[in-house]
Write a protein that binds this ligand. Structure first.
Ligand code: MN
Length: 722
C-alpha cells in the first residue's frame, strides 16, 4: 500500500522513474501485512509474520535489540483492534504496523516502536493507559498517552488545538512522542484519498502549518519531504500534476547530466584516494516545483543533487577541496553547515560545480552519520533517557549552552513550551503556534557570558530579553548590541552580541511600545498579559484630563513645568483677517514652521495655534468649535520643545546641553524628570535661529551616548504622567 496506490489525490502515475525511488527505503507491500494480520494470533513467543518487516528494519539499525516487547505489543494491538476497519476497508492493524515500519526504517529504538504499535489502542479500543503501563512500563505508557487525542466530547472545537498543546508538552519531556505523531500523520496522509475532499483539505492544511514545520525543526527530513509532497498533491493538484509530468519527461531523456557529473566526481575522488559514495538524490516534487518557479526553465541538472557520503568529518573537507580544484566550483553556492550547523541538527557541506555547457549541479557532502541524522533527525537519536552512547555523542552534542546542547529539547521547543503556558485559550494557542512555526529562519545571538540565544529572524532586543529572562524581562531598561547602547527595538542580526541591561526596581514595567517590536510569541504574550492586568495609567489620565478640559478651558493645559506661551511667537503666525490678534502657540504640540497649523479663538481674544494632527484639534472640532485660518509669517527664528529619552548616566545633562549649544541653539528652559527604572526624560525648550536646523539638532541630540529617542513634545499630559 504505497502512497501512489491508495491516494486518489495522488493520481496513479506511470511507475515513478527509478531515479525517484527513495534510496534505501524500499516500499513495503502493506497489503501483505494486512493478510498476515488476518491470519490471527500466532503461537506465543514466535514473532508474528505481520511484524517481520518491522523486525527486519529494526535489526538493520539495532542488531542487538530485544524484540519481545514488539511481539507483545503487536499481539495486544492486533487483538484489540480486531474487527475495526480503516476507511479504506483494510484491517485497522495495518495502520499501526505501517507507522511502526516508518519509524523502524528511520532507526527508532525499541521503546518508540513498541509505543507506535500501541499508539491508537487507548484512543480507539478498550485498552487503558494503566494496562499499557502494567504490560510495557511507564515510558511506553507516556508515549502512548502523549499521542492520544483529547475527546471532542470534552473539548468541543478546542479538541484539536488542545490535543496539539498536550502533545507538545509531552514532547518537551520526551521527544519520541513527536516522532510517533509525525509517522502517524505520514501514514494518514498517504491514505488520505479515501476521505471527503473537504476533510482532505483541512487535514492537509494542519499538516502544512504545524506538522511539516515540526518535522523540519526536529530534523526529520525524510518525513518532511514526503509530507510536503502529499500536501502539495492535495492543495495544489494542478501544479502537482505538472511537476509529475516534468519528472516523467526528464526521466525519458537519453542523457542524464547528473549521471555524467557524478561519474566525473567519482573519478576525481578515486584519483585522490578518498573513499566516498557518490549518489544522485532526486529532488522531491515540492523542491523541484520551487526550483522551476525560481528558474523558469528547468535543466537536466535541476532534477536532483549529488550526494557524496564519506566516513570521517575530515573527509568532507577533503572532498570539497578536490571538487573545488578539479572541477569548476560555483563558490557563491558554498555553505558550511558542519562548522556552523543549522538549528535542527542538520550537518553538511553544500557546494555546486559547473559543467562545460554551463549547467550547474548542486553537491551535498556529509558523513554517513550526518546523513542518518539529516534524514531521521531526532528519530535517529534513540532513547533520550539513555546515557549517550559513543555513536550518539559523536558530533551531535556541541559545547556551550547553545541550541544543540540537548537535541531532544532544542531552544525553539523550550520557548514554545514557555509561551504556550501563558496562552490563555485554545484559539490563541492555535494561531500563535502556527505563527511561531511559520518563522522558519533562526538567528543565533551571543550573550556576554558566552552563552547563546536562538531567535527567529527579525527578532529585536525585546525578544532577546524575554527569551533570556522570561517575565523578569519586564524590568529590562536597555541593551548593548555589539558593545554599543541600543534601543530595545533594535532588530538583531545573526552573530550579534547582546547585553541586556536590567533595572533594579522591582516595580519596573514593560512599555506598551515593546509590543510593536516583539516578534516571538514568548515576548508578545508576556507583554500582553502584563498590559491586560495593568491598565495604562497614562491613558487613564489623558482621558480624565480631556474630560476636565471640556469643562474648564478649551485649550489643553500645558505641563506645569512648561512655559505656557513663547511670547515672541506672536508675530510668527498670521491670523487671516485679524493681523492684530494675540497668538499663542499651543504647548501640547509645539508647532514650528513648516507644520500645517490651525487655530482656535479662546477666551480673551487669544488664538491658540496647533499642529493640524494634534489630538486637541480633533477634540475642539468635536466640541463644535470653529477653526480659525492661520499661517506662518516670515520669521524663521523659533522655539520648540524637545523631549530626550535616555538611560540614566553621569554627565548626561552636560553632554546633552553641550550638543545643543554646538548646534548654535539657545536653551530657554530645561527640566529633568527624576529617573524611573534608570530611564530619564529631559525636556528642553529651545530657541532656534533657523527652524530649518531642527532635524540636524535632533540628530545631534540622538547621537549623545545613552539617548535612545528625541522627539517633539507631543502631549504634555501624557508625557508628565509616565
Ligand atoms: Mn494513528
Amino acid at each position: 500500500m504505497s502512497a501512489e496506490a491508495t491516494n486518489p489525490a495522488v493520481s496513479p502515475a506511470p511507475a515513478p522513474p527509478t531515479a525517484h525511488r527513495r534510496k534505501g527505503r524500499p516500499r513495503i507491500d502493506l497489503r501483505r501485512l494486512g493478510r498476515a494480520a488476518l491470519l490471527g494470533p500466532t503461537t506465543r513467543d514466535r514473532l508474528p509474520d505481520a511484524i517481520s518487516h518491522v523486525v527486519e528494519a529494526h535489526r538493520a539499525h539495532h542488531p542487538d535489540a530485544d524484540l519481545d516487547p514488539l511481539r507483545r505489543a503487536y499481539v495486544l494491538a492486533e487483538s484489540s483492534h480486531r474487527g475495526q476497519m480503516r476507511k479504506s476497508g483494510e484491517p485497522y492493524i495495518t495502520h499501526p504496523l505501517a507507522v511502526t515500519l516508518i519509524l523502524a526504517e528511520l532507526g527508532a529504538e525499541t521503546t518508540t516502536l513498541t509505543a507506535s504499535l500501541l499508539h491508537d489502542t487507548v484512543e480507539d479500543t478498550d485498552v487503558t493507559l494503566d494496562q499499557v503501563r502494567e504490560q510495557f512500563g511507564e515510558e511506553v505508557r507516556y508515549l502512548v498517552d502523549g499521542v492520544t487525542k483529547l475527546e471532542k466530547v470534552d473539548y468541543g472545537a478546542a479538541a484539536e488545538p488542545e490535543t496539539f498543546r498536550k502533545m507538545l508538552v509531552a514532547t518537551g519531556n520526551d521527544v519520541r512522542v513527536m516522532s510517533i505523531k509525525l509517522a502517524d500523520r505520514l501514514h494518514n496522509m498517504r491514505t488520505l484519498g479515501v476521505m471527503r475532499p473537504e476533510k482532505q483539505e483541512r487535514i492537509a492544511k494542519v499538516t502544512r502549518d504545524v506538522l511539516i514545520p515540526l518535522a523540519e525543526r526536529l530534523g526529520v527530513q525524510a518525513l518532511k519531504t514526503e509530507l510536503e509532497d502529499l500536501v502539495f498533491a492535495i492543495l495544489h493538484p494542478e501544479e502537482y500534476q505538472h511537476t509529475r509530468e516534468l519528472i516523467v519527461d526528464n526521466a525519458a531523456q537519453d542523457t542524464d547530466p547528473l549521471a555524467e557529473i557524478s561519474d566525473e566526481v567519482r573519478g576525481v575522488l578515486r584519483e585522490a584516494g578518498i573513499q566516498a559514495e557518490v549518489l544522485i538524490r532526486p529532488r522531491h516534487f515540492v523542491s523541484l516545483h520551487r526550483v522551476s518557479r525560481k528558474r523558469g526553465q528547468l535543466r537536466g541538472v535541476d532534477f536532483g543533487r549529488l550526494l557524496v557520503l564519506v566516513n570521517e568529518d575530515a573527509d568532507c573537507y577533503a572532498v570539497l577541496g578536490e571538487l573545488h580544484t578539479c572541477l569548476t566550483p560555483v563558490v557563491s553556492e558554498f555553505k558550511d553547515f558542519i562548522a556552523v550547523p543549522k538549528f535542527n541538527l542538520y550537518q553538511s557541506l553544500h557546494t555546486a560545480v559547473a559543467r562545460a555547457d554551463g549547467q550547474v549541479a548542486e553537491v551535498l557532502i556529509r558523513t554517513h552519520q550526518m546523513h542518518k541524522v539529516a534524514e531521521a533527525g531526532v528519530v535517529a537519536l534513540g532513547n533520550p533517557y539513555a546515557p549517550p552512547s559513543e555513536e550518539q555523542a559523536d558530533g551531535e552534542r556541541v559545547g556551550g549552552d547553545g541550541e544543540r546542547v540537548d537535541p531532544t529539547r532544542p531552544g525553539w521547543l523550550s520557548r514554545l513550551l514557555d509561551w504556550q503556558q501563558a496562552a490563555p485559550d485554545a484559539d490563541m494557542f492555535w494561531s500563535t503556534l502556527r505563527e511561531d512555526l511559520a518563522q522558519d529562519r533562526e538567528i543565533t545571538v551571543f550573550r556576554p557570558d558566552g552563552g547563546t540565544l536562538g531567535l527567529p529572524e527579525g527578532a529585536s532586543c525585546v525578544d532577546a530579553a524575554y527569551a533570556q529572562y522570561g517575565e523578569d524581562a519586564h524590568a529590562c531598561i536597555g541593551a548593548r548590541v555589539n558593545g554599543r547602547l541600543a534601543t530595545l527595538s533594535t532588530v538583531l542580526r545573526d552573530g550579534d552580541t547582546v547585553q541586556l541591561l536590567m533595572g533594579q526596581d522591582p516595580a519596573s514595567e514593560p512599555s506598551r511600545e515593546w509590543l510593536e517590536h516583539a516578534r516571538t510569541p514568548g515576548a508578545r504574550i508576556a507583554i500582553q498579559r502584563w498590559l491586560a492586568t495593568h491598565p495604562s495609567p497614562a491613558a487613564d489620565e489623558q482621558e480624565a484630563q480631556a474630560d476636565k478640559r471640556k469643562d474648564e478651558t478649551p485649550a489643553p493645559r500645558p505641563a506645569p513645568d512648561e512655559p505656557a506661551t513663547p511670547s515672541d511667537a506672536a508675530n510668527a503666525v498670521v491670523v487671516a483677517g485679524r493681523p492684530e490678534a494675540n497668538v499663542r502657540l499651543a504647548g501640547c504640540c509645539t508647532p514650528v514652521p513648516p507644520d500645517d497649523v490651525t487655530g482656535f479663538a479662546v477666551r480673551g481674544g487669544v488664538v491658540t495655534v496647533h499642529r493640524v494632527e494634534c489630538a486637541a484639534v480633533a477634540r475642539m472640532k468635536g466640541l463644535g468649535r470653529a477653526a480659525v485660518d492661520v499661517r506662518w509669517g516670515d520669521t524663521t527664528e523659533f522655539r520648540v520643545t524637545l523631549v530626550a529619552e535616555s538611560f540614566q548616566r553621569p554627565h548626561l545633562l552636560a553632554d546633552l546641553t553641550e550638543a545643543i549649544a554646538l548646534e548654535g541653539v539657545a536653551i530657554v528652559s530645561a527640566t529633568v524628570e527624576p529617573p524611573t527604572q534608570q530611564r530619564v526624560r529631559h525636556t528642553y525648550t529651545l530657541q532656534l535661529p533657523d527652524v530649518a536646523n531642527l532635524p540636524g539638532l535632533m540628530r545631534a541630540m540622538r547621537n549623545v551616548p545613552g539617548v535612545y529617542d528625541v522627539g517633539r513634545a507631543q502631549h504634555q499630559a501624557a508625557a508628565a504622567s509616565r
